[in-house]
Structures are given as structure tokens and as C-alpha cells.
Design a protein around this ligand. Structure first.
Ligand SMILES: [Zn+2]
Ligand SMILES: [Zn+2]
Length: 149
């Protein structure tokens, strides 16, 4: 049996003004009352800013988990020589200010492995996709200097 009742009983409210909408928008649209743009994501209504932050958090979390997986996987290789290695960050040319400031910075492998939150995507990154690249470098062979551009 089709359960039409359950759906029609759902009360849909504007995420800004909290007024009741006559039906749930399927995609981004302006609220007829307050005229703010309502964003729709996976069937849930959000304020645009709120959704932006939510998506950014989700993407960052996925990237973080992937990064941590790689680091743990390769740990054995670096562990024996952990004083030798460090992580070096490189931001994309149009990265957010925070990442741009982190670009070129290095942190010792030992330090990062004890606190993986030191690695990108940084908590303070403002981009939906943080494009910071983390390179593993070694004291002995400093990265060759490259001309950008
Ligand atoms: Zn509204
Ligand atoms: Zn960033």
C-alpha cells in the first residue's frame, strides 16, 4: 500500500523565517514570505550559508579521512627514519588566505603523526575543496627549487 499520508503530513518551514510553506521545494528557490533563497540538499531545506558550511565540512572530513588513511598505511615505511621526514604544504594559487599562508610551511613527521589534525584540509580552510598539497620531504634531499608560473 502506498503511504501518501506520511508525506502530506510533513510540515515544511522556511529555514529563515520559519513560516510554513505550502509545499517542499525540490530545488533551490526563494521563500515566498521572506524572499531569502532556500537551498535544498538531500531533501532537507537549509539557509544557503548553512548548507555551504555543511558541505564544506563533509568534503573536508572525507579528504581528512583519506589523508589519514594514506599516512597510517605508509607509516611503517617512514617510522624507522621518522626524524628525517617532514610534511610540506603547498596551496593552490587561488586557495583561501589561510591555506595561502600555510603554503611552504613544514612540520616534522613525528609531530604530525601524533596530531593528524595538523595536516590539510585545515580546520580554518575557507574553500569547499581544500586544494592544499602535502608533500613528504626528507632533510637530506630538500625539494628542488622550482620556478612557478
Ligand atoms: Zn522565509
Ligand atoms: Zn583553504
Amino acid at each position: 500500500m502506498e503511504n501518501m499520508e506520511a508525506n502530506s503530513q510533513e510540515i515544511i518551514i522556511c529555514p529563515y523565517c520559519k513560516k510554513v510553506l505550502d509545499k517542499k521545494p525540490k530545488r533551490s528557490k526563494k521563500c515566498p514570505f521572506c524572499k531569502n533563497r532556500i537551498a535544498v540538499y538531500k531533501g532537507v531545506l537549509y539557509q544557503e550559508n548553512e548548507l555551504f558550511h555543511k558541505i564544506r565540512e563533509e568534503r573536508h572530513q572525507k579528504a581528512r579521512e583519506f589523508m589519514q588513511f594514506i599516512i597510517r598505511r605508509d607509516r611503517e615505511f617512514y617510522e624507522s627514519d621518522e626524524d628525517e621526514y617532514f610534511f610540506e604544504f603547498r596551496a593552490a594559487p587561488d586557495s583561501c588566505n589561510f591555506c595561502a599562508n600555510m603554503s611552504g610551511k613544514k612540520i616534522p613527521y613525528k609531530e604530525a603523526i601524533r596530531n593528524l589534525n595538523l595536516l590539510p584540509p585545515f580546520e580554518s580552510c575557507q574553500d569547499v575543496f581544500c586544494r592544499c598539497i602535502t608533500e613528504m620531504t626528507r632533510k637530506k634531499d630538500e625539494p628542488k627549487s622550482e620556478k612557478g608560473g
